[in-house]
Design a protein around this ligand. Structure first.
Ligand code: GAR
Length: 199
């Protein structure tokens, strides 16, 4: 079917995903790789960063995915311009992947489509920052990663998928971050796929 469609309609029938990042973009990379297959019903159509120099933007570029980096530090500018882009490209879902800003409730309301986030802890434990150091300090036996829906309350929306990793006595925040990141790369693409399949 697809081969009969014109260039503009190329993505017809596919779910369109936008991704917000702030830096390194290793989760972005794993998502792009996962959905790269030609017959995938999910297409990454847009990558946006609040940080003009985000390394992840370079990977989006290399992967020929439309991408924007903002020089402006204004959250209002970022949100308003991003909303325009998301609407223009008919995005079905927005995925935050290492996006370190808190989206305003105005943005969430105006976008009106689902927003997912990945967080490096077993939510509801350790919302916010420094999750690995906090888990180690509390002598937790497990940490992990969580994919959840974004609501106006930070890191508190419905949990979509979660995976645990064991914290060893020898772990420090750096080694734990590495272990959790590996899990993140594994579960985020799957969570997006499952979520979109059931939409
Ligand atoms: C990831 O560990 C992600 O879970 C975390 O930032 C890292 C970004 O890495 N996100 C948050 O802490 C959000 N509150 P990446 O840029 O390589 O994907």
């Amino acid at each position: 079917m697809e081969k009969y469609l014109g260039k503009k309609e190329k993505y017809l029938g596919k779910k369109k995903v936008a991704i917000f990042i702030s830096g390194r973009g290793s989760n972005l990379r794993s998502i792009i790789k996962y959905f790269r297959k030609k017959n995938s019903l999910i297409k990454i159509v847009l990558v946006i960063s609040n940080n003009f120099d985000a390394k992840g933007l370079k990977y989006a570029n290399k992967s020929k995915i439309l991408n924007y980096g903002f020089r402006s530090k204004s959250k209002l500018v970022f949100e308003n311009q991003s909303l325009k882009l998301l609407k223009k490209h008919n995005v079905d879902i927005l995925c935050l992947a290492g996006f370190m800003k808190i989206l305003s409730s105005n943005f969430i309301k105006k976008f009106s489509k689902p927003i997912l986030n990945i967080h490096p802890s077993l939510l509801p434990k350790y919302k916010g920052l420094n999750t690995h150091a906090r888990a180690i300090k509390n002598k937790d036996r497990y940490s992990g990663a969580t994919i959840h829906k974004v609501t106006k309350k930070l890191d508190s929306g419905k949990i979509i998928l979660q995976k645990k990793v064991k914290i060893l006595k020898s772990d420090n925040p750096k080694s734990l971050e590495k272990k959790v990141l590996r899990i993140e790369h594994e579960i985020y693409p799957k969570a997006i796929k499952n979520f979109l399949t059931n939409l």
